[in-house]
Each structure stands twice: as structure tokens, then as C-alpha cells.
Write a protein that binds this ligand. Structure first.
Ligand code: HEC
Length: 179
């Protein structure tokens, strides 16, 4: 019986000490600088500023275009231009009529191309095929303008279609081939 009393007494004395120790340890941990005392940046990935090298970034093209209103204007002109290629039709010919633009975001599977394309690749696919023209340079003002304009246009839900399956693809000239 005596032993039990002793154990309980010791426990009652020791427990608060342990708790107090833990309490101070916590405070110490909180006050410790997570980045080390001497040089907080020594073991820190931010020590080397990745942006330092970026001060003069390499441009993706010779002349930047920063005026989005002007960009839209260029895009709209291209969209409605029926002289972009040999077919004699414009993007608008198909896409404001039988082939509405779809809501599903790029990259996505395009039936006509049987491939998954980004918007820029889609634009160039249409430049090459229905328009029968040359692809636009990836970093050209024209590509950016046309992409911006396409994004601004209304889109519909629904399935993609094949141009050659359309009743009346593009008027007089057949953009689908040399049938
Ligand atoms: C002869 C008709 C025709 C012309 C002209 C044409 N396209 Fe297309 N385009 C299509 C067809 C058809 C599809 C759909 C293919 C599919 O979804 O399988 C398509 C798809 C697209 C899409 C993707 C639509 C979607 O589903 O989100 C974009 C963007 C696009 N064309 C842009 C252009 C641009 C830009 C031009 C002008 C440079 C252009 N197209 C000219 C027929 C045309």
C-alpha cells in the first residue's frame, strides 16, 4: 500500500515538470528562426533569385504587341479575309455559319484532323486545309491576333463535324479537295 502512495506522489511531482519542459520547448521552437541563425538564405532555394536572370528576358519576337484593342482589330480582319489562301473563303465563311465554334477548351480532339490540337495548331490546321494557305508562324502577331479573336467569339455546346459532310461547306469553291 505504501508503495502505491509513493508512486502516485512521485508521479504528481514529476508530471508537472515534464509538462513544463514541453511548454518551454514549444516556446523555444517558436522563437527559432526557420531559416537558421547565421544566414537564413544559405539553405534556402530563394537565396538564388530565379528572377534575377529574368530581368532581361529573351523576347519571343522582335516586336511585342501590347495593345489588345489593336490586336482584336487585326484578328477580326484576318478572320474575315477571304484572301488568306487559295480557297477564296474566310474563317468567318464556315465559322459563322455551318461550323460554329465549340465551347470545349483546347487542347482537344478534332475529328477533321484526327488529332488532339491546341488552339494555335487548330488555326494552322484550318489555314492549311480549308483555307488552303500557309500556316502562321507560332510567334507572329497574326497568330496571336487570330487566337485572341477566336477566343472572343461566341461558342456553342456540341459535337464537332466534318467539313466534307456539310451540306453547303463554302459556297462555290469546294475547300475539301479537288473532287
Ligand atoms: C471550309 C470551312 C472552314 C474554314 C474556311 C475554316 N475552318 Fe475552322 N474548322 C472547320 C471545321 C469543319 C472544323 C471542325 C472540325 C472538327 O471539329 O472536327 C473547324 C474547326 C475550327 C476550330 C475549332 C472549333 C472548335 O470546335 O472549338 C477553330 C478554332 C477554327 N476552326 C478556326 C479557324 C480559323 C482561324 C480559320 C481561318 C484561318 C478557319 N477555322 C477556317 C472548317 C473551316
Amino acid at each position: 500500500m505504501m508503495n502505491w502512495k509513493k508512486i502516485i506522489l512521485i508521479a504528481l511531482l514529476v508530471l508537472p515538470l515534464i509538462m513544463l519542459g514541453g511548454f518551454y520547448e514549444n516556446i523555444e521552437a517558436k522563437n527559432k528562426n526557420p531559416c537558421g541563425i547565421k544566414n537564413p538564405c544559405s539553405a534556402n532555394p530563394c537565396a538564388k533569385n530565379p528572377c534575377a536572370k529574368m530581368e532581361k528576358p529573351k523576347p519571343i519576337r522582335k516586336s511585342a504587341i501590347t495593345d489588345s484593342a489593336k490586336l482584336m482589330e487585326i484578328g477580326e480582319k484576318l478572320w474575315n479575309n477571304d484572301k488568306l489562301g487559295k480557297s477564296g473563303v474566310s474563317c468567318a465563311t464556315c465559322h459563322s455559319g455551318d461550323v460554329p465554334l465549340k465551347k470545349e477548351p483546347f487542347p482537344k480532339y478534332i475529328k477533321m484532323a484526327d488529332d488532339i490540337l491546341t488552339l494555335d495548331q487548330m488555326i494552322n490546321f484550318c489555314m492549311l486545309n480549308p483555307i488552303q494557305g500557309k500556316p502562321l508562324a507560332w510567334n507572329s502577331h497574326e497568330m496571336t491576333a487570330l487566337a485572341a479573336y477566336v477566343q472572343s467569339l461566341p461558342k456553342v455546346e456540341g459535337e464537332a463535324m466534318h467539313p466534307c459532310g456539310m451540306k453547303h461547306p463554302c459556297g462555290m469553291k469546294n475547300p475539301c479537295g479537288k473532287e
